[in-house]
Structure formats: structure tokens, C-alpha cells
Design a protein around this ligand. Sequence first.
Ligand code: TRP
Length: 77
Amino acid sequence: MEKRNPATDYVVIKAIEDGVSVIGLTRGSDTKFHHSEKLDKGEVMIAQFTEHTSAIKIRGNAKILTSLGEIESEMKK
Ligand code: TRP
């Protein structure tokens, strides 16, 4: 296992509308959804990339903060 840096691996997701999904995708040779979390407006989730989670998909309008910067997700119109 390569070293992780918990100080930079945290991801903050704040829902801007009801029903935002935060979906965890598995690490390794097959990439599958393993967890889906629903957030309502104003709710915040603080998550990490882990041994089990290599990617996070966000559906719906949310503000996302990572060590890379800040971005907003939105639904297509
Ligand atoms: N059991 C999962 C893990 O340790 C929990 C998890 C961590 C998760 N980060 C996540 C779930 C991001 C969804 C999105 O990997």
C-alpha cells in the first residue's frame, strides 16, 4: 500500500439542493459503486479516499472542496 496523506485526502461536499448523491467507487481492477449517500440541502459530508475507495462521484448540485481546489457540481439542464 502506498502512503496516504489524510491531511490532503479529505473531501468536503456540501449539498446545495436536496437529494445530492455521494457515490463511492471501489479501488482496484474493477470499478464499482460500493456506497451511496444522500445529502439534503445544507448537509455536509467529509470523506476520504481509502484503501477501498479510489473515486467519488457526486450527482446533483453541490460545492466540493479538495486539496486541488473548489468546484461545484450541477445537474444538466
Ligand atoms: N467504507 C468506505 C471506505 O472506507 C467508506 C468511504 C470512505 C466512502 N470514503 C468514502 C464512501 C467516500 C463513499 C464515498 O472506503
